[in-house]
Design a protein around this ligand. Structure first.
Ligand code: ADP
Ligand code: ADP
Length: 239
């Protein structure tokens, strides 16, 4: 059974326009998949449907054997511990330290954080440090996040997304706010750490070349429909 199955997914925010139309694909455990397409193609919406940050209108999303659309609040919260999220604007809490932001990932989505570092166990803190070391930013652990560069902040974002040992990470334009050098650093870290920890990865990108360089498989979205799904080498410029 694939880790993720998206079956005839349809989504609209209002009745007029469908943002996703009949989108179907499967992602196996350990895959590193890029979703490409111009701004407005529906890439963010696709990721939001997978962890049900927005409601699913048509079709099904099956993640880890569960029908995401039919889960109740409690089941959804549990499922989301298996889904890490990485955002374009990092979405860190600026006044908190790096290590606190990473541990924040344990509290789940949109929880207000008291800033009580002490409430985490030593094992949890060690785990956070382990991830920061892997990402080359352990030396910044006690700095406030807003003192770091964009690339460093996104490395904090990666660590936060992995702190619950998710099965998949969904990355929504993780390098869109970074310069080419920082982008390369982030993509290198994202690829190597997810491979090492055997975590499946879906990355929204609008740069085709980056998708080609890093992913084995590319899904092309245009106006809410899949227009390409295959190995990266088969994507030609006119696909
Ligand atoms: P992408 O990530 O590929 O840029 P999005 O999924 O963000 O695409 O957007 C797809 C379409 O849905 C766009 O036309 C966008 O304006 C619209 N859209 C996105 N979010 C909302 C929302 N919360 N309410 C209404 N329309 C939205
Ligand atoms: P945009 O697509 O406008 O750049 P973001 O990427 O910042 O927006 O956020 C996308 C969605 O994720 C929004 O619906 C937002 O409410 C939600 N969100 C923002 N921060 C978090 C977070 N830390 N954890 C989970 N969801 C978040």
């Amino acid at each position: 059974m694939p880790l993720l199955k998206v079956d005839k997914l349809g989504k609209s925010y209002n009745t007029e326009t469908k943002v996703l139309k009949d989108v179907s694909f499967e992602v196996g455990s350990g895959e590193f998949v890029s979703v490409i397409g111009p701004s407005g193609a529906g890439k963010s919406t696709l990721l939001r449907c997978i962890n049900r940050m927005v409601e699913i209108d048509e079709g099904n999303v099956i993640f880890d054997g569960q029908d995401v659309g039919s889960l109740n609040k409690k089941e959804l919260r549990k499922m989301r511990t298996n889904i890490g999220m990485i955002f374009q604007h990092y979405n860190l809490v600026p006044r908190l330290s790096v290590i606190e932001n990473v541990l924040h990932g344990r509290l789940g989505y949109k929880t207000t954080f008291q800033g009580v570092f002490g409430k985490f166990s030593e094992a949890e803190k060690e785990h956070a440090f382990f991830l920061l070391e892997k990402l080359g930013i352990a030396e910044h652990a006690y700095k406030r996040c807003d003192q770091l560069s964009g690339g460093q902040q996104q490395r904090v974002g990666i660590a936060r997304s992995l702190i619950q040992e998710p099965k998949i990470v969904l990355c929504d334009e993780p390098i869109a706010s970074l310069d080419p050098n920082a982008s390369k650093v982030i993509m290198d870290y994202l690829k190597s750490i997810t491979m090492e920890l055997n975590i499946t990865c879906i990355v929204n990108l609008h740069q085709v070349q980056v998708a080609r360089d890093y992913s084995d498989r590319i899904i092309g979205l245009s106006k809410g429909s899949i227009v390409f799904d295959g190995p990266s080498y088969r994507l030609t410029t006119d696909s």
